[in-house]
Design a protein around this ligand. Sequence first.
Ligand code: GRG
Length: 270
Amino acid sequence: MITSIPDLKEQIDNYLAKFLPQDIDQDTLRNSMEYSVMAGGKRLRPALTLATVELLGGTINEDILRVATALELLHTYSLIHDDLPAMDNDALRRGKPTNHCKFGAGMATLAGDGLLTLAFQWVTDNNLSADIRSRLAFELAKAAGPAGMVAGQARDIEGEHQRLSLEQLRYLHRQKTGALIQYAVLAGGIIMDQPAKVQQELAAFGANYGLAFQIYDDLMDVLGTTEQMGKAVHKDAAEQKNTYPGLLGVDGAKKQLHNALIAATQSQRQ
Ligand code: GRG
């Protein structure tokens, strides 16, 4: 059975609303963690895991939902920390005041720490086999940690002072946003205990899809909305240092987006 994306999102939202508060043993910390997790968001990463499980013939149950929603916890941690005054110093996220604007930088840092560690708890305290749980945790550490997302964020901070080449930018994106999206797909394959060849294909699809997602996000920053994407209403691309439109212009970025999507659809043949 293939569940629709809105239904997947509803299952994810319901799981988070029910189980997140149960694992947080301090009132302000609970409010702060819940505030950002329940602030909205597309739930793209857990939906990718659940969709991959179903495409591989599996059925969503509470154990699988726990692993998938762990990705949303981890993703939300990255957004809270990314918004902190010491990083991007953003005031709005998901249409609401950022966590540090509402709870202060100290509590926001702890909310992120709590979500990151709780993600590993959820990936490992479920009824999947010990082998699957350990592979899920290992791959998540590689994707989210200093070999993946954290390294990408470090490249991003350093890149603020220099203009990156396209190759450097691609690598930065691959780590900063691509690694977690790639993991989201891979996790579906691990849950379904797929052979190495299928895992490689899922990883290739995830990497290309993650790149396409980031280029699209860059383009949206310049063009505004999907409706405006085809029109000539856009900010000066030169303002967008170290983004695809900034390096290649809007048309060049659109071409790269097209290429990444084609590569994603052909991943099983690579
Ligand atoms: C702080 C270690 C650390 C890492 C932060 C992912 C990240 C790294 C920063 C986010 C910066 C950013 C806005 C990147 C653009 C692409 C992106 C990840 C957008 C947000 O993800 P969505 O669109 O957001 O899935 P929602 O709110 O829908 O969940």
